[in-house]
Design a protein around this ligand. Structure first.
Ligand code: G6P
Ligand code: MN
Length: 442
């Protein structure tokens, strides 16, 4: 089986390869093709993968190329994990928004819109090449903003593209642990969009255990989301939000903390990874990754007094590569499983339309990922989800037509952008710093 990784020089690729190395079953991936636009990064990651493969006799062969068509031909699975504009681009997304006093974050708010505007045209270009050269391949999209990018690609690839994220799995795992349940036995009643979802129940042996958690102050204070949001607010919601909802529910505090910070997350990571790519090795990768994980959402945790990340969360990496591998296995071997994924709605979550990419538990088998019908969200959550979906669609429209009016509308409609004037200034500032937005001319 042949796997192609787009963004193959990316920092998280060794995680994926590490997961592949642990798979010795029949039907496993035997060939990995890394594609990247940057040969230095490809060389660095190829070197780390070779170190990881030492002493693993059946390690998948690794090829590297900068030619997209070569990478796609013959692929059974395509993982797309690109970062258009690199970490410098991310840092600019964050910085420009914060300078306007609104949230500057990788995937949320104005920063996420800028990132989406830059990324969608590139993702659509990839989708077109996949359709032409590897029409039977399954595309697993990690490229952020993952929900929006998956929807853009689904307009060309239908349900052959499936988006993934590690945050719903991480949330369900933490909640299961707190409740003393085995995460593998728990069914998460999770619904929303990517980075905008809520865990409304956790079923173990047919029984919803979440009410027990919500009723227990000490338990609520004992895990990441409990500390981020606070027991009172979680009880008011009657659900545990994805950690990214911290940006919505505590917008003012987060923006203040982010503005006061010495540098943005993107700037920190850019610096960190520049050092890694200058002198790459497995040891340097391990160190860099540990530091990255320990500081994940550090400012949000600081703003809410949540303290350090739990040792248990740090030991067990995000689970991103595990979701990817589990998804690929279920499809390739028809091993039926359930995963929270980003897929077209197809009637599963009301009142979103069928083509809207949503994040829901899905049954996965050789025919792909099928979202399981979910109870509607409460009005407050539905309101947020519909607003953000409307924003995503303006981004898709802008990306498809080059319309600046649509791009301004995307910024202006976002719940975390408080004025149309600010939206106009944001677009002007982003077009000034991002060459990748030059297409917005209409
Ligand atoms: C989680 C999210 C990803 C996101 C990442 C950012 O893993 O699910 O979608 O890209 O966090 O983490 P970072 O370390 O880059 O700030
Ligand atoms: Mn994610």
């Amino acid at each position: 089986m042949r796997l192609t990784i787009l963004g193959g020089g990316g920092f998280r690729v060794p995680l994926v390869y590490g997961a592949l190395l642990a798979d010795h079953a029949a039907g496993r991936v035997t060939e990995v093709t890394l594609h990247d636009v940057d040969t230095n990064r490809l060389k660095a990651v190829t070197g780390v993968l070779a170190e990881l493969a030492t002493d693993v006799p059946d390690a998948p062969a690794v090829h590297a190329t900068t030619d997209l068509d070569t990478a796609l031909r013959g692929a059974d699975f395509v993982f797309s994990a690109i970062r258009v504009g690199g970490l410098e681009g991310r840092a600019a997304d964050e910085r420009v928004a914060l300078a306007e006093g609104v949230l500057g974050q990788e995937t949320v708010g104005a920063g996420g819109i800028a990132y989406g505007l830059r990324t969608v045209p590139v993702a659509v270009g990839i989708a077109r090449r996949v359709k032409e050269l590897a029409p039977d391949a399954w595309v697993i999209n990690f490229t952020n903003p993952a929900g929006l990018v998956t929807e853009a690609m689904s307009r060309h690839l239908g349900d052959r593209v499936i988006g993934i994220c590690d945050s719903p799995v991480g949330l369900a795992r933490r909640v299961a642990r707190v409740l003393g349940a085995d995460p593998a036995d728990a069914w998460p009643d999770y619904a929303g969009l990517n980075h905008l979802g809520w865990l409304r129940g956790l079923y173990v042996n047919g029984r919803d255990e979440l009410p027990r958690l919500l009723a227990d102050e000490a338990l609520l204070g004992s895990f990441e989301e409990g500390r981020l949001f606070g027991a009172d607010w979680l009880r008011s919601l009657g659900a545990i939000p994805n950690e990214y909802l911290h940006y919505y529910y505590f917008d003012r505090e987060t923006v203040r903390a982010y503005r006061e910070a010495e540098r943005t997350r993107g700037a920190f990571l850019a610096e960190q990874q520049t050092a890694f790519y200058a002198e790459p090795s497995r040891a340097a990768w391990d160190r860099t990754r540990a530091e990255r994980e320990a500081t994940y959402m550090a400012l949000s945790r600081e703003a809410s007094g949540a303290g350090e990340r739990d040792a248990a969360d740090l030991e067990e990496s995000g689970g991103y590569e595990k979701v990817a591998l589990a998804l690929m296995r279920a499809i390739a071997r028809d091993e039926r499983t359930t995963l929270v994924l980003d897929v077209r709605n197809r009637g599963a979550l009301s009142p979103l339309d069928d083509a809207a990419v949503v994040e829901l538990p899905c049954l996965v088998d050789a025919n792909g990922a099928h979202p399981v019908a979910a109870a509607p969200l409460p009005d407050d959550a539905t309101g947020l989800v519909l607003s953000v979906k409307a924003v995503e669609r303006e981004v898709l429209k802008a990306a498809g037509t080059g319309s600046r009016a649509a791009a301004v509308k995307a910024f202006a409609l976002h719940p975390l952008v408080d004025s149309v004037t600010v939206a106009r200034r944001l677009l002007d500032a982003y077009t000034a710093v991002h060459p990748g937005l030059a297409y917005l001319r209409m």
